[in-house]
Design a protein around this ligand. Structure first.
Ligand code: F6R
Length: 610
């Protein structure tokens, strides 16, 4: 995901910023840029692709002795990766430059009104509106203009601003997206991530939500977004650089679990309009006739992405009333699948490089089907082979066990189902509006869940030596049970199997005894009573049940041995919440067993071979 760095001091800014961007490379990016203030003029260098391209540009075209500037690595969301879309972005006359992380949700509205007032835009990004908004408010006081601009903005941001007329300062601010100030001697830094500046200073101030700072060479002043001065204490970072990449978490998997609220915000950011229930999936590549012609949807994927597809089946069948089949890509490719021009094939993949998924896509295209990709990795092979795309915007996922990409795949499919349902007329506008509203609250609900993980850790302690586990779920949470079982087996090496709860009595019930713990996902309201009956069947045979249930279902405490409560939400969104405790449970079990959580044995992050 995007990275920001700002510098003001007496060292060559180009070099400090470039080195900082290199330290942010692990986050993934598709383009980068640096802007410095050189003798009253802004000098700008941007390029697509790897940072070495930018280095060549800096060495040959933009040598500078400036000691003040900003830099950015971009992971495209609004607008393809290109030099124009790379940050920093300037105003009409390039008097100021802005680097931005996050998504400006009301950018279309702001852009139209700025264009009507004569502002000329050079990029397709949401971020460029910030530069023009600040320009429109600028009357000689840059911090004042920044605050006035931010008051008009909806969405998430971490920004740093450089202005031609202010060679003594950088201005920065944040809402939701992280930002820190690094304190040096006669020099100061701004960064989205401590890793970027750790070789210069370990003394940092974490800018709090809805705050801004004026960063000068020898002092930093903090304010709230109304301009009221604030006192802020610095902290000393004592992590090593690798730990810093993990942001203080002990493993990438845990960090990525905690990133999930932000990932949901990124997946839906700028794609919904709550007032009138509009959904924007700009890269969908499907026309109205394509959508009306679709008689069947076939979803293909592997592993976790396949379980995400299984949730998609429930969503689309319920909301769009088109029959959906889910197929493991490795099966689909060899079974002479029945697809034609009236079939929409949806391929889901985090990496966009999974060999079986790519082969399934090629097979589907040969048979005349339209193919839509739901993908995380920009510019991956899959993105080049499909007819249309829904990017999930989860950012780089480093832990081998997929967590945040799964959540983002589910969120993207909710958007897709809402859009298809609107177009095909199967959904009432009020339902779409209400679901958008609920989607927007989901990050807070996950934050609530993540704020107290101790009970899940205590359960992991109790069950860490189990040899087998059974996961049960029904309906839209049957795939949640499958994903929970996969997480547990891949990182803790405990054998775990998932069953549709109603199927248990047709065989697996024979396995139940006191040594087979059962994790029951009881979060769907529509089949809650049925699931409770299944739990009772387990207990009647001395089995131990851990139930994941919605807070409002208090009676579950009388039925299950242990309960993990999740916040209430509409049933179609429960898979996004229910999986979080299962990810944490698997994580804690693996960690307590002393295993390599981020790189489990025999597994690779991207399976590019058959
Ligand atoms: C499990 C996991 C794998 C992947 C699968 C597909 O945690 O990560 O099962 O989901 O290999 O990978 P992508 O989504 O990259 O196609």
């Amino acid at each position: 995901m995007c990275g920001i760095i700002g510098y003001i001091g007496d060292k060559p800014a180009n070099q400090v910023i470039f080195e900082g961007l290199m330290r942010l490379e692990y986050r993934g990016y598709d383009s980068a840029g640096i802007a410095v203030l050189d003798q009253g003029k802004i000098v700008l260098a941007k390029d697509v692709g790897k940072l070495r391209n930018l280095r060549e540009l800096l060495l040959t075209n933009f040598p500078s002795i400036s000691s003040q500037g900003i830099g950015h690595t971009r992971w495209a969301t609004h607008g393809r990766p290109s030099t124009f879309n790379a940050h920093p972005h300037g105003d009409c006359m390039a008097t100021l430059m802005v680097a931005h992380n996050g998504i400006i949700e009301n950018y279309m509205k702001l852009k139209h009104s700025l264009q009507s007032a004569g502002h000329i835009f050079k990029s397709e990004t949401d971020s460029e509106v910030l530069a023009h908004l600040i320009e429109s408010h600028y009357k000689g006081n840059i911090e004042d203009a920044v605050l006035k601009a931010l008051a008009q903005v909806e969405g998430a941001y971490a920004i740093v601003v450089l202005h031609r007329d202010h060679s003594d300062r950088l201005v920065c601010a944040r809402k939701e997206s992280p930002l820190i100030v690094g304190l040096g001697k006669g020099e100061n830094f701004i960064a989205s991530d401590v890793t970027a500046i750790m070789q210069h200073t370990r003394r940092v101030v974490f800018i709090e939500n809805l705050e801004c700072a004026i960063v000068k060479r020898d002092r930093v002043d903090f304010f709230d977004l109304a301009g009221k001065p604030l006192e802020r204490k610095s902290s000393l970072i004592d992590w090593n650089p690798i730990a810093a990449e993990k942001g203080g978490f002990s493993h990438f998997m845990l960090k990525e679990i905690y990133e999930q609220p932000q990932v949901i915000r990124n997946t839906i950011g700028g794609r919904t309009q709550e007032e009138d229930g509009k959904i924007f999936l700009t890269e969908l590549g499907l026309t109205g006739p394509d959508i009306f012609r679709t008689q069947r949807i076939v979803m293909v994927a592997c592993g976790t992405a396949y379980y995400a597809a299984c949730v998609g089946k429930y969503l689309i069948e319920q909301l769009v009333r088109i029959p959906v089949e889910c197929d493991l890509a490795s099966e689909f490719r060899y079974r002479q699948p029945v697809v034609d021009r009236n079939t929409l094939v949806v391929a889901i993949s985090q990496s966009g490089e999974t060999a079986d998924t790519l082969a399934a896509v090629r097979e589907a295209k040969l048979r005349g089907a339209k193919v839509l990709g739901i993908v995380n990795a920009k510019e991956s092979t899959l993105t080049r082979e499909v007819d249309g795309l829904v990017y999930i915007h989860a950012g780089p996922e480093i832990g081998v066990a997929s967590t945040k990409a799964y959540i983002a795949m589910l969120t993207a499919q909710v958007l897709l189902a809402l859009l298809l349902g609107k177009i095909r007329g199967t959904l009432k506008p009020e339902f779409v509006q209400e679901t958008i509203r609920e989607l927007k609250i989901l990050p807070q609900r996950i934050e609530q869940l993540l704020s107290n993980t101790a009970p899940i850790r205590a359960l992991a302690e109790k069950f860490k030596d189990a040899r087998h586990f059974l996961f049960l779920g029904r309906g839209i949470n049957f795939p949640t049970a499958m994903e929970g079982a996969l997480k547990l087996k891949e990182i803790s090496y405990i054998h775990a199997e998932a069953y549709a709860a109603g199927e248990m009595k047709h065989g697996p019930i024979a396995l139940i005894d006191k040594d087979l713990p059962v994790m029951a996902i009881a979060t769907n309201q529509s089949v809650y009573d049925k699931l409770v009956s299944n739990i009772k069947e387990v207990q009647a045979r001395s089995g131990t049940v851990i139930a994941v249930a919605c807070e409002s279902n208090c009676d579950i405490k009388n039925v299950a041995d242990y309960v993990i409560a999740i916040p209430d939400c509409p049933e179609i969104l429960t898979p996004i919440l229910s999986v979080v405790p299962l990810q944490l449970f698997a994580y804690f079990v693996a960690d307590l067993r002393g295993l390599d959580v981020d790189q489990p044995r025999n597994l690779a992050k991207s399976v590019t071979v058959e």
